[in-house]
Structures are given as C-alpha cells and as structure tokens.
Design a protein around this ligand. Structure first.
Ligand SMILES: C[S@@+](CC[C@H](N)C(=O)[O-])C[C@H]1O[C@@H](n2cnc3c(N)ncnc32)[C@H](O)[C@@H]1O
Length: 433
C-alpha cells in the first residue's frame, strides 16, 4: 500500500470507529481493538488512535462547527460522514497535522466511504476550519448534564479543573519491572531509543513520558521489562506491605496491571486473581506471562466466594472495583457518551457486595485495599463510610497526602493532579481475632 493509500485507509477507519462509538453505543477500546491490527505500520496505528481520541475529546466544539457551517444539517443516515468530518477537524485543530496531507486524505476517504458527492463539501468545510480555526468551547459541556451536576456537587471547588483536565491528552506512565532491572538503567535505555522520560519523585517504579508512546517503541517491552500503567494505578502497590509467601486476592483483576505490579514488587506472593469476565481474564494470563510472574487465575464472581474460594483466608485483598470510570475520561473519552445515570446506583450496589465478600475471605489482622478510578463520592468515600458502619471489625488508616485529598476515610486524587488519573484509595484493617 502506498503512503497516500495508507493515509486514506487511516481516515476511513477513524470515521468507522468514531461512527460506531458516537452513534451506535460501541466502546472506543473495543472498536480500536478490532481496527488497529488491520494497519501494518505502527505510525498509522498511532495516527488512528490519536485522531479518534482527539475527535472524541473535542467533539463538543467540533459539533458546534458543523452546526454553524453546514447549510443543511446531517441526517440520521450520515453518521459515517459526520464522524469523518470530526476526524478531519481533529487533524487540523487538536493534532495540528500538515493541512495538505490531512485534507487530501480525508477528502479521499469520503469517496472510499461511498460518498463521492459529498467530497467537495468535506473539502470546503475543512478548508474553512484551516482558515478560521475552531473555537474551543467549555470543556464541561462534554459531560452529560446529570454527571456534570454530580461532579459539581461532590467537588465544587475543583469541578472546573476536573473538566479541563479530562479534556487533555494524558501523558504515558511507565512501570519498570524490578525483576528485569532498575528504573535508572531503563531510563538510560529509553534515552538510547530517543525517548525522554522523567522518574517520578513519589512512585518508585514509575517513569513519565510526555505524549503517547506506542509499546513497540519501548525497549524490551515484549520481554516484560516495562509496562504502561498510569501513576495512580501504580500507587496501589504502595498501600501494601506483604511478607514473603503472603496469600493475596486480587478480586477484580483483569486486565492484570495491578496484579502484575504486586508480583513484580513482592516476589514471594501466592496471588489469586479473580475476574468475572473469562475473556478479560485471558488478558491477565498474557500480562503476567509477559512480565514473567505467576498467579492462580479464577473466572468467577468475586461477590460469591462459595463458587471459587478454598476457605483458606487471605492475608490481604485488593478490590479494584468496577466503577463509573469518571477519573479516566482523558484516557477513555467515550465514558461520557455511554455512562447512564442509573449506572451509578447499580455500580454502587455491586461495589458494596464485592466489599462485603472481600471482607469475608480476609483473615483477622489482614488488610483490604479498596480502589476505584471514580471521582464520585457515592462510589468512594460514601461507599467506605457505609462499609465501616456495616463492619465494626474494620478500621481505616489514612495512607497520607501523597495519595491525594482526604475524602472520608480514604484519599482521592482528582484527574490531572500530579499528572495522574483520578483515583480513590482506602486501606482497611480487620481486627485481629
Ligand atoms: C477496574 S477493572 C480492574 C482492573 C485491574 N485491577 C487492573 O489493574 O488491571 C474492574 C474489573 O472488575 C471485573 N468485575 C466486575 N464485576 C465483577 C465481579 N462480580 N467479580 C469479579 N470481577 C468483576 C471487571 O470484569 C473488570 O475487569
């Protein structure tokens, strides 16, 4: 395939992915997982991802442009065309690609999508965007009204900063595998590969790279020397002090990032990784194999220990619970499209069931760490307060300001703080015997 053909193919795929996500309720992750392997060149894959992310993050501003500049509104059958226009605007505006190449590939993509009659309109609209620029709207407008209200109620002083940070592209956080070498040595390897990274002052295994880096560009990625994992997710391991041979449960383990980190850091662990989703649990197996660690894997409902538990209590449990994902909107912008108001009460009820079950399999004197990538008090501090009321044998201890703002009995980092995702942490100790 020639370069220009490949360029057109990327725009066609971007339009199809965005159409599915924006107009047919599909997940960005799922659509990209199908589309990306169809592109042979790593640069084309990176471009496809960048276009889709940028178009979704700024879809509010781009939607206004289409409304204002199009003489006739697009109809319900024009989903792919609308998606292509958003992809075109993202290339010129957010990604600042060289206009000539971006324009010609996007106009050609309109023809490939079976819309030769609209190619002229696509061209005219993108040329106008190139001339006049795109006015950036209020980032809060990307959030559904009910969720905007909840964030405003939970974090009145910080809501604006949360909306702004959620509209920004996130940096790439790397986790160096202690079993495969030191962070300092890996920093030097990255420098050798032309990648500039900063070691974190707070997180012992973390390096931060501005912008996005494909894993194929990371030295010894395939051999497990390094993983891509946000700083907030890496910090979960800092909540554990585990003796050699400790029995640990990761109750919601897939795709396995935190399980892998615990096993890299505490080599003697006997870790059981449970996830209800058997397909996602296969990703845990792959993750652990790549970094060279082992665990017992169980595809099961963690809220129903009778179905999978051998009745030997665990010394420690990690419950990285399913949640609204409101803290990772900058990485999963489609969360704002798919999340429904009713989801929160359902998630909150599931989290409570998972917490109670995790407590039941923990030995007296053991530690339970509860974490979410949510910003909502109901899923976080509120959830833990209710848990402490239900369980008189539970005591929370404050992990300290390095983990974010004090919030009830836990800590909350808000999106973008310390360059990291929004995350909640609580550490609970079970009274000994
Ligand atoms: C936030 S993700 C976990 C991320 C993971 N800890 C990591 O670091 O890679 C939440 C996971 O909970 C799983 N899950 C949801 N309900 C569950 C249940 N009842 N029992 C076990 N796992 C569940 C989901 O399939 C999902 O993989």
């Amino acid at each position: 395939m020639s370069t220009s053909q490949a360029g057109v193919a990327v725009r066609v795929m971007a339009a199809r992915v965005l159409d599915a996500v924006l107009h047919r309720g599909r997940s960005l992750k799922g659509e990209l997982a199908t589309a990306l392997p169809q592109l042979a060149d790593v640069r084309d894959r990176a471009l496809l991802e960048a276009i889709c992310f940028a178009a979704l993050r700024r879809r509010g501003a781009y939607g206004l442009v289409l409304e204002a500049w199009m003489s006739r509104p697009l109809g319900p059958r024009d989903g792919d065309l609308r998606a292509l226009l958003l992809a075109g605007l993202a290339q010129l505006d957010a990604l600042e690609l060289p206009p000539h190449a971006a324009l010609s590939a996007t106009v050609e993509a309109a023809r490939t999508l079976g819309r030769p009659h609209q190619a002229g309109m696509v061209n005219a609209l993108l040329r106008r965007a190139q001339r006049e620029g795109v006015r950036q709207g209020d980032p809060a407008q990307a959030w559904p009204a009910w969720l905007r209200t909840r964030i405003g109620a939970d974090w009145p002083a910080q809501a604006e900063a949360i909306f702004a940070a959620s509209a920004q592209a996130a940096p790439t956080w790397l986790r160096v595998n202690r079993r495969r070498g030191t962070r300092q040595a890996y920093l030097a390897e990255l420098a050798g590969a032309g990648i500039d990274a900063q070691p974190s002052a707070v997180l012992a295994d973390a390096l931060c790279v501005a912008g996005s880096v494909p894993t194929a560009a990371l030295p010894r990625f395939a051999e497990g020397a390094v993983s891509v994992q946000d700083g907030s997710a890496q910090q979960v391991a800092d909540l554990f002090a585990l003796a050699d041979g400790a029995r640990v449960l990761d109750a919601c383990a897939a795709p396995g990032g935190k399980a892998a980190h615990l096993l890299e850091r505490f080599p003697g662990l006997a870790l059981t990784a449970v996830d209800v989703d058997a397909r996602r649990l296969r990703q845990v197996r792959q993750t652990l194999e790549r970094v060279g660690v082992q665990a017992t894997l169980r595809a099961a409902d963690a809220a129903d220990p009778d179905a999978w538990w051998d009745r030997v209590p665990f010394d420690a449990v990690l419950l990285d619970a399913p949640c609204s994902a409101t803290g990772i909107v900058r990485r999963q912008p489609d969360v704002l499209l798919h999340r429904r108001q009713d989801d929160i009460a359902a998630l909150s009820a599931l989290q409570a069931r998972l917490l109670d079950a995790a407590w039941a399999v923990l030995r007296p004197g053991g530690t339970l760490v509860y974490a979410t990538c949510s910003l909502l008090v109901e899923e976080n501090a509120g959830q833990i307060d209710a848990f402490l009321t239900r369980h008189v044998d539970a005591q929370a201890d404050d992990p300290g300001p390095a983990f974010g703002h004090a919030s009830g009995a836990g800590r909350q980092r808000l999106t973008g703080e310390d360059g990291m995702d929004g995350f909640f942490y609580a550490r609970l100790h079970k009274a000994a015997g």
